[in-house]
Design a protein around this ligand. Structure first.
Ligand code: BYC
Length: 316
């Protein structure tokens, strides 16, 4: 027996379902189920937080870049990540979320950000490896999100993906340059790849049978592929790139499977993944402390901007 609420929403729900089935976009003013709105805010906020927190591991090397050219490239990249965070917070705002609230939820540990940014950057090779593997994984995950059913999210992803492709190529070029250098530089690249490979695979989320959100998100067209499908795609895409670079991945089970026409590979350490999600990774505490300090130190800027906007409004 439908409740008064569902029968009231019936025609709107039907229109929503048809829009999704016809691969058209849901826009902010359209009616949408509460669960769709909540799930989008959850994913978009987590994505925005990842971009902002993701500035820290690479930002760590800005003052120690090996040349002016590398410094300029890295500054531009880190700045791009800030821009991505801002587009994404704006997309979340079109769903009724408040940017200030989202930031508070992040610094109070109530909303997640990508596990990958809780690992330390120990050498300059990590800047290259993050570009190649972390931005590479991000592209693999985010290109399908350009077809996400929610308009503002999908449109934000188009620009983000264009910029991420640049990031990936700069990382690969940095590593290629190091691989053409000394034995010590080559060893530095291999050591860095060894540390980042497994965390990069974890970026795609838990295995499908342990992913509570995937099924519904796929039905709603928010996600277009499952976590395992994208992880497989990333492995297949990365193997020839590693060969061209002259590095190996730290996985003895990694090999081509002619039957599946894909690579077999080992299982990431899911216990480590869960520990990082619970706040126990190497850098969780530091990342949040830095973000909190930046937020508190920036209070005067927000106050000044608000006062200025109010004065301009009063004068007009
Ligand atoms: N890290 O049911 P599941 C970047 C959470 S930015 C932390 O599979 P879903 C870059 C998940 O949120 C990279 N948490 O979830 C930036 C869920 O928890 P809640 C960020 C993770 O949403 C700067 C629970 O685990 N990219 O690349 O269907 C420099 C169960 O998971 C992770 C995005 O955010 C993780 N790795 O799928 C360079 C892309 N994985 O919320 C690069 C957009 C899962 O239920 N997001 N969790 O408490 C997505 O595509 C999806 O949200 C995910 C997860 C594939 C990440």
């Amino acid at each position: 027996m439908p409740t008064a609420h569902t029968s009231e929403m019936g025609p709107l729900q039907t229109l929503f379902d048809e829009t999704i089935a016809n691969e058209q976009r849901i826009e902010p003013r359209d009616w949408m189920p509460d669960g769709y709105r909540r799930s989008l805010i959850r994913q978009i906020a987590q994505h925005a937080h990842s971009e902002i927190i993701g500035m820290q591991p690479e930002g760590n090397w800005l003052t120690r870049a090996p040349s002016l050219r590398r410094k300029a490239i890295l500054m531009a990249k880190v700045q791009d990540e800030a821009g991505h965070g801002l587009y994404l917070y704006s997309a979340a705002e079109t769903l009724g979320a408040d940017r200030g609230d989202l930031t508070v939820q992040l610094i109070e540990g109530k909303q997640k950000y990508s596990s990958i940014f809780n690992y330390p950057t120990l050498t300059y090779a990590d800047v290259g490896t993050i570009g190649w593997l972390v931005d590479g994984a991000a592209i693999c995950n985010q290109v399908p999100l350009c077809r996400s059913s929610f308009g503002p999210y999908a449109r934000a992803m188009i620009r983000v993906c264009k910029e991420e492709s640049f990031h990936q190529r700069q990382g690969y070029e940095l590593l290629m340059t190091m691989m053409r250098g000394t034995d010590e530089q080559r060893a530095m690249v291999q050591e860095s790849v060894n540390r980042w490979w497994w965390p990069a695979l974890m970026m795609f989320g838990p295995p499908d049978d342990e992913s509570p959100n995937t099924e519904q998100s796929m039905k709603w067209g928010i996600k277009r592929h499952t976590n395992d499908e994208l992880r497989q795609r990333f492995v297949d895409m990365s193997v020839p790139q590693a060969e061209a670079l002259g590095v190996t991945f730290p996985d003895p089970e990694l090999k081509w499977c002619p039957r599946r026409e894909a690579h077999d590979f080992g299982e990431p350490d899911w216990a480590e993944f869960m520990a990082v999600l619970k706040g126990n990774g190497a850098c969780n505490v530091e990342r949040i402390a830095n973000r909190r300090a930046a937020h508190e130190d920036g209070a005067w800027v927000r106050e000044a901007a608000t006062a200025f906007a109010a004065r301009e409004k009063a004068a007009s």
